[in-house]
Design a protein around this ligand. Structure first.
Ligand SMILES: NC(=O)c1ccc[n+]([C@@H]2O[C@H](COP(=O)([O-])OP(=O)(O)OC[C@H]3O[C@@H](n4cnc5c(N)ncnc54)[C@H](OP(=O)(O)O)[C@@H]3O)[C@@H](O)[C@H]2O)c1
Length: 312
């Protein structure tokens, strides 16, 4: 096993492979980050090429796709073929499996999968739904996509990192789920920050208030499956809290924020969306009707609907 990239996440990945008894070679752009891993038995390669040549499976986890392409010598997008930097690993990947666990977009994943295939490499893309200390535990979820045969061949090895889940042949699917889950997470964090800043404006300690936030959010989470059902069925009519009422009440969130000296920058986009919902005659619908308004290209995706035009 080779692990390229020894940031916080790469070190955790390499450590989990070592813990599972896999001989592991590591490499990082800036030398000196492999010390603790080599003490535990890892081999530190002097170059990325040496690291790739060391193992049939190469896991890469660096900052972003530009860094992945730089390390692998894959031309940046829109650069002619064959212009990889000299001294890179291009040419060494043939016959190996590249597992890219770097965060990116579905488009970036699909483009890199195409490039890897041109190099004669098998490719799996992955999204890590965990923070470094969780890696290796069952709570660490590794979303994978790409060839099912390649996934099956390496599933056991990858399970050293946590619970691995294969989402299908399309290399972009893991990134799509990863980005969607992170979007949900940041929405939740944004709401929490706003709530803490609001009560903090009257010196309520965050630690005192947070248990209430947690139980409130847990109660609200139970409404998500019903909203999902409404979205899939394109029927948002069942509601106890219609969108029009919520658009009215939401003005109070903005006014109170201003009164309390708390920025409303996180809330304003939701307020604008609620009012766009009312303007699109969705005021009697459930809040879930807002999901339809988020798609800027209604013709795209499995949930595209023939009657969307009127709601945009
Ligand atoms: N940490 C988390 O909680 C977490 C959770 C899920 C997913 N992820 C994803 O995991 C990936 C790595 O995150 P991290 O936490 O390990 O980040 P990090 O601690 O900031 O480390 C970044 C890594 O990328 C390398 N790098 C950056 N630019 C490079 C370049 N141009 N060429 C070669 N190497 C380059 C760095 O090498 P140098 O040491 O030489 O700078 C370092 O190894 C990211 O895509 C991140 O989104 C992280």
């Amino acid at each position: 096993m080779t692990v390229i990239g020894l940031g916080a996440m790469g070190r955790a990945l390499a450590g989990a492979f070592l813990d599972s008894g896999h001989p592991t070679t590591v490499w990082n752009r800036t030398a000196g980050k492999g010390g603790e891993l080599t003490e535990r038995g890892a081999t530190e390669a002097a170059t990325a090429a040496e690291a790739v040549a060391a193992s049939p499976v190469v896991v890469i986890c660096v900052l972003d796709y530009d860094a992945v392409r730089e390390v692998l010598g894959a031309p940046a997008r829109n650069v002619p073929e064959g212009s990889g930097a000299p001294g890179t690993v291009t040419g060494l990947l043939a016959g190996r499996t590249l597992v890219n666990l770097t965060n990116g977009t579905p488009r970036q994943a699909r483009e890199l999968a195409r490039w890897a295939s041109e190099q004669g490499a098998d490719y799996l893309d992955g999204g890590i739904m965990a923070v470094p200390p969780m890696i290796g535990s069952p709570g660490s979820l590794i979303l994978c996509s790409g060839s099912p045969e390649t996934f099956t061949a390496h599933e056991r090895t990858l399970s050293a990192l946590g619970t691995v889940s294969h989402l299908g042949e399309d290399a972009g699917r893991a990134a799509l789920y990863d980005i969607a889950l992170l979007s949900a997470m940041y929405g939740m964090f944004g709401g929490f920050f706003q709530a803490v800043a609001m009560v903090g404006s009257e010196k309520v300690p965050a630690t005192e208030f947070t248990p209430l936030v947690v139980s409130w959010l847990e109660a609200m989470l139970t409404s998500l499956p019903e909203m999902a059902k409404a979205y899939d069925a394109n029927d948002h009519s069942a509601t106890a809290s219609n969108l029009g009422m919520q658009a009215e009440a939401f003005v109070n969130l903005l006014d109170a924020g201003r009164d309390q000296g708390v920025s409303t920058e996180l809330l304003e986009p939701m307020g604008a969306l609620l009012h766009r919902g009312v303007a699109a005659n969705r005021g009697d619908d459930d809040l879930s009707a807002l999901i339809d308004l988020l798609r800027t290209n209604p013709a795209r995706g499995a949930n595209a609907r023939s009657n969307d035009a009127g709601s945009e």
